[in-house]
Design a protein around this ligand. Sequence first.
Ligand code: AMP
Ligand code: MG
Length: 351
Amino acid sequence: MTKVLPADAAGIREAAATLAAGGLVAFPTETVYGLGGDALSTAAVARIFAAKGRPAEDPLIVHLADLADLPRVTGALSPQAALLAGRLWPGPLTLVLPRGPAVPHSVTAGRETVAVRLPAHPVARALIAAAGTPVAAPSANRFGHTSPTSAAHVLADLGGRIDLVLDGGPATIGVESTVLDLSGPVPTLLRPGGVSLETLRELLGEVALGGRAAEAGGQIAPGLLDRHYAPESALHLCVGAPAACRGWIRAQAARQIAAGRRVGLLVPDEDAALLAGLAADIEPLGPAGDPAAIAGRLYAALRALDARRPDVILARDIGDVGIARAILDRLTRAAAGRVSILTPSERRATQ
Ligand code: AMP
Ligand code: MG
């Protein structure tokens, strides 16, 4: 049985004791809900991988409550890491740093680097501080599923597989942290998230795009990561100018509906109004001009739509500036290659 507790002082106390005893606790952070275990315990870390069905090659992010705990997981910070830690922690930024000797190899998937984050969410911070140990915490979903932004989402995926869920209400940012690799000669963005590429470049100067961040806009290689964030229904993503993509969605939806298929639309409020005449199941995401609101609703909307099992889900991008880059990345993953790029645009350039 998985216990659910409110994220009050008593709940946090019990959750911290569970972590300290090697158990698994899902807890709210400002990005998404995390599935926490003692990062310095190989047994707890093994339980995280097992509960999620996560492949051992996929390393975990280690969460700390306080900068003073950094020496437990990594060495002295480089000037760049210290600058970012001072300016952006606590917050939705994960730094890939040299691995400290106490961090098990299973946490880092055998790498000599460790991903570290200080979350800003008061419940996350209080829980980690009370547990008295660094907490390894991937998103609290079954591997490959949409990340959870509420306790109900966590239970839907991991109920019966973990000890406890701390219910602290909905996660506010709604998409996972930015992952920045500081272990090489040039800072490299591995995953866009709550801290924007623009902010990182303002602070650091050059930031390269690496890994999946270099693949935004649909030019993704087939492979394991393509299945990340996938809904059950096939999601088709349109990337291009808003009016062009609305036209594409209208035509696609009409064609699918004519063929007897049930169509779901995951679109900004403006599009929802303009496409209301279609016999489609519309899940409005918020105003296109407010990417932060759309990020906040993205996963809940995707889960809600998916639960009604449309045959196909149609969506469009809202650009790639700020957090919109993270939204584009997650929608691209959810589309698993089903991406239509309508207009060539320099905003998809990789530098
Ligand atoms: P999740 O916790 O599910 O949001 O995923 C964490 C992600 O952080 C992993 O899938 C990797 O992409 C990234 N990550 C974690 N540790 C490292 C590391 N040592 N080096 C590079 N990327 C990492
Ligand atoms: Mg995840």
